[in-house]
Design a protein around this ligand. Structure first.
Ligand SMILES: [Fe+2]
Length: 249
């Protein structure tokens, strides 16, 4: 898998203290399995895995969601869902909180992410000032609204889900770094990761089709954040798109 191969060298090159990966589509394009979680956490130099609306794509992950604190599904699923949606983790630079949340516009109707983040921040704000949110959402407007809502209360809001990296990285006035979507790590000559020869006929015919992940050269999309641990404010945000890469795993 390209991410597993590229992340360790990228993080040592860039001197990264803490790596978060959204892995919701790492199992052949939908969901994640216990083996993939283990591979990421043991061998990939990855500290926390976040998920999204495909968190539940592979049923065998449910027990791991309960047992592995470094695997986060969106925090705003209704009470009783397996697993957890946030945590505070150690790093060489001090404690880092990671929060996974899911938007509601054009998506499954989960609980309100805005009120959910208020409750989470009340719980973790005494533990660390360095707080990263993976906001997994479809609508740009909802992502922007969320980022402005938490400006100055979290270090970064990084969007995921749409697979295409946006070019709007910035630091909001109160110190929250923001990017509407970090983009995917996956096949470049594809339609958001899937085979063109399956997706295009679906658009032409309107008939159902079973999508498959394209088997082409991949690109890693990422964002590098520099955060002041004393204040939690972002100092810089920088997008990365790797050159085309042929995965070996
Ligand atoms: Fe998603």
């Amino acid at each position: 898998m390209a991410a597993l191969e590229l992340i360790p060298s990228l993080s040592s090159e860039q001197n990264i203290d803490f790596v978060i990966v959204n892995g919701e589509n790492s199992a052949a394009g939908i969901g994640i399995t216990p083996d993939i979680v283990e591979a990421f956490l043991k061998h990939g130099n990855i500290h926390v895995l976040t998920l999204g609306n495909h968190a539940w794509g592979k049923r065998e992950i449910y027990p791991t969601l309960d047992s592995e604190p470094r695997l986060l599904r969106p925090a705003n699923y209704p009470p009783g869902a397996p697993g957890r949606g946030y945590g505070v983790f150690g790093s060489a630079a001090g404690p880092v909180a990671v929060i996974s949340l899911q938007g509601r516009t054009f998506m499954e109707q989960v609980d309100d992410p805005f009120r959910a983040v208020d409750a989470i921040l009340a719980d973790i704000s005494t533990k660390t000032k360095v707080i990263i949110v993976d906001f997994h959402a479809e609508a740009t407007s909802e992502k922007q609204a969320f980022a402005w809502y938490v400006d100055g209360r979290v270090s970064a809001v990084i969007g995921t889900h749409t697979h295409v990296q946006t070019a709007d990285e910035r630091i909001l006035p109160e110190g929250t770094a923001y990017l509407t979507d970090v983009g995917m790590t996956g096949p470049i000559d594809s339609i958001i990761g899937m085979r063109r020869d399956i997706v295009i006929p679906k658009f032409l015919s309107g008939l159902p089709a079973r999508f498959e992940v394209a088997d082409d050269e991949a690109q890693l999309c990422a964002v590098v954040l520099d955060i002041d641990p004393a204040t939690g404010r972002a100092r810089s945000i920088r997008r990365i798109q790797s050159p085309p890469y042929r995965a070996h795993l």
